[in-house]
Design a protein around this ligand. Structure first.
Ligand SMILES: Nc1ncnc2c1ncn2[C@@H]1O[C@H](COP(=O)(O)OP(=O)(O)OP(=O)(O)O)[C@@H](O)[C@H]1O
Ligand SMILES: [Mg+2]
Length: 181
């Protein structure tokens, strides 16, 4: 918005700047086409959408406010300012509200959970074995490409992390070229 306003000012002269505010909440929604014969819209509805909209009305122009649920899921990936508890229309109790300040320098969700402390690694012997076999073969000059595909949160990053650790323990140093795409 800052860039747009700058451009508009250069082209059209001194007119009031356009400001935008954003509210985010996370939770289940009902999604579908709603409406009657005359007008049908693809919409998300429910309490989650409602609270997101409340976050948006609370936000000062030019800012992004999030609920406590969204904060908990993204903590560590962004820097936040806690704004305390706010009265929300339609809610019995005041709710915690946070303002998003900036992305944090930590890269992925996995980096964040690794920083908090990882749970002991369980299972995945076969998958790890496959990766280590590939590593052995590549040491013999036969290049290997392996795709790891799964639903979100199943353990792709963790598997890579354990692979890197196993290889490092074998004394090959760290592997800067083993990365997540
Ligand atoms: N085999 C395992 N044993 C113990 N913890 C695990 C295992 N696999 C994954 N986890 C833990 O589960 C969480 C999610 O795993 P991870 O981040 O690796 O998933 P992902 O598939 O990379 O997710 P995304 O698709 O979001 O990138 C992490 O905290 C990780 O440490
Ligand atoms: Mg991952």
């Amino acid at each position: 918005m800052t860039r747009l306003n700058e451009k508009v000012r250069q082209e059209k002269g001194d007119i009031p700047p356009l400001k935008m505010r954003v509210g985010i909440h996370t939770g289940p929604v009902v999604v579908g086409t709603l409406g009657n014969d005359l007008r049908v819209e693809f919409k998300a509805v429910g309490d989650t959408v409602n609270l997101a909209s409340r976050m948006e009305s609370l936000a000062e122009p030019g800012t992004t406010y999030v609920s406590d649920d969204t904060f908990k899921l993204t903590e560590g990936l962004f820097r936040f300012e806690a704004l305390g508890e706010k009265e929300i229309k339609g809610k019995e109790k005041p709710l915690k509200v946070y303002q998003v300040i900036a992305p944090s320098s930590r890269r992925t969700r996995f980096d964040v959970s690794a920083e908090r402390g990882l749970t002991p690694f369980v299972g995945r012997e076969r998958e790890l074995e496959l990766l280590l076999d590939g590593f052995e073969r590549s040491k013999e000059g036969r290049g290997q490409a392996i795709s790891i595909i799964s639903d979100a949160g199943i353990g792709k990053s963790r598997l890579l992390y354990e692979f890197r650790k196993a290889v490092t323990n074998q004394g090959y140093g760290s592997l800067p070229h083993v990365g997540e795409a």
